[in-house]
Design a protein around this ligand. Sequence first.
Ligand code: ZN
Length: 224
Amino acid sequence: MSGAKLAASILSADFARLGDQVKLVEPYADMLHVDVMDAHFVPPLTIGPVVVESLRPISPLPLHCHLMVEHPEALLEDFAKAGTDMVTFHLEAAPEPETVIAEARARGMRAGIAVNPDTPVEEAFAYLDRLDNLIVMSVRPGWAGQDFIEEVLPKVEAARREIDRRGVPVDVEVDGGINEDSGRRCLAAGATVLAVASSIFKASDPALAARRLSVLARAGAEER
Ligand code: ZN
């Protein structure tokens, strides 16, 4: 294990100063995580490809779009054109996950599946051989700033066990309520990516918060 990664989730950033906020955390983050919500799959409405297109030239970090939307396949073309490196869609929103994975790859993007807290993680196992990323949601999707749901830790462990058993290079990402404390427990359970929004961008010093979480991610994965 070469160390886990930190994904800075811009959901909690100040969108009027988004470029500056990204630059603050860029030295410590391994990727930018963009939470896309459509007011159907989840109640809130957030951002889409135009914001990804604006971010693309200002940061060399990989852009990972987490699509909390119905019909994710309909948006793949626009996200690919905007410069997205990886898309993760929700298993609950995709009746034919194989098709979405194949269409994302055909457009040059890496692919992931996300599962909500109430969805058994085992439902994603059938697709592991074709995935780069598996998000185990650690809050109900839709809002930043929620408390981490402890009950998802066994799902992280189960995903890690199955991925290791198959020997496939799939990241296990936790998303929701991640801070240094919950992040440490997720790393111990086998997570390899920590997606963090509020604990970075609502911190008084986002760069320091990102640096501390980055150090934790690298060390935490090595302790396993
Ligand atoms: Zn997310």
